[in-house]
Ligand binder design. Structure first.
Ligand SMILES: [Zn+2]
Ligand SMILES: [Zn+2]
Length: 259
């Protein structure tokens, strides 16, 4: 089974002791491609994922400012993001959005930085990776007002109604470890109704490890568990999920060009 993990944070310090081995385990598990999320600890370092993409042929990257770090953005941030967007392995702008759970940055600043990054993504013709937590209505309103392209709802944990709203906007839904949690019936229902050509899988490692690794450090190799559960939920073979999610990723992020 060949899989693509659409959302990894391999720059996280939790991988410092064994980053190379973690990547080896991913390849051994059939994870042939990963999209490293470039938000890191926020500006001024906007290149955490680009550095990995430069190093490994099967790692691609995003660039962006996480809503947590919105208050760290400066005029230099925008100049640097524009430069980095031209890097051949930068596939998307993300993860961007709104997080009203932690409120690490003031909400008006989060909205402003989100809006500026939607404009940046449109200007560079890149899809976006959305992080939204306890901010669904505002996120959707901003996308409706300021976004016309493609994108990914990363770590989708909404219900069927929210899934339909995101799908209507043209978004792909990326499912992670939460899909395997015993109480996540609403998320599984969303995963059941989503069209096969609009789903992706991810780990969001080191966070949110799927069952049976729940509570442990997550890593890309574990995306296999999410693929298996997604297959069960949809009543298809795991290979069918692997094939569809790989194809969806390539169509969305590579837009037909070779990897
Ligand atoms: Zn996130
Ligand atoms: Zn993430």
């Amino acid at each position: 089974m060949k899989l693509i993990d659409s959302h990894v944070h391999l720059d996280d310090a939790k991988f410092d002791p064994d980053r190379e081995q973690t990547i080896e385990r991913a390849l051994a598990a059939g994870v042939e491609c990963m999209m490293a999320i470039g938000t890191g600890n926020g500006p001024p370092d906007l290149e955490v994922a680009v550095r990995q993409a430069d190093r490994y042929p099967f790692i691609y990257s995003t660039i962006g400012v996480h809503p947590h770090d919105a208050s760290k953005a400066t005029p230099e941030t925008w100049t640097r993001l524009r430069q980095l967007a031209a890097h051949p392995k930068v596939l998307a702008v993300g993860e961007i959005g709104l997080d009203y759970h932690y409120d690490f940055s003031p909400r008006d600043v989060q909205r402003d930085v989100f809006e500026q990054q939607l404009a940046l993504a449109a200007e560079c013709a890149k899809p976006i990776v959305i992080h939204t937590r306890e901010a669904w209505d505002d996120t959707l309103a901003m996308l409706r007002a300021h976004w016309q392209g493609a994108g990914i709802m990363h770590c989708f944990t909404g219900d069927e109604a929210q899934a339909r709203q995101a799908l209507d906007l043209g978004f792909h839904l990326s499912f992670g470890g939460v899909l395997t949690f015993p109480k996540a019936d609403a998320v599984r229902q969303a995963a059941r109704i989503a069209p096969l050509d609009r789903i992706l899988i991810e780990t969001d490692c080191p966070y949110l490890a799927p069952v049976p690794y729940r509570g442990k450090r997550n890593e890309p190799a574990f995306v296999v568990e999410t693929a298996r559960r997604l297959a069960e939920v949809r009543g298809v073979a795991p290979e069918a999920i692997a094939e569809a999610t790989t194809w969806n990723f390539e169509r969305l992020l590579f837009a037909g060009r070779d990897r």
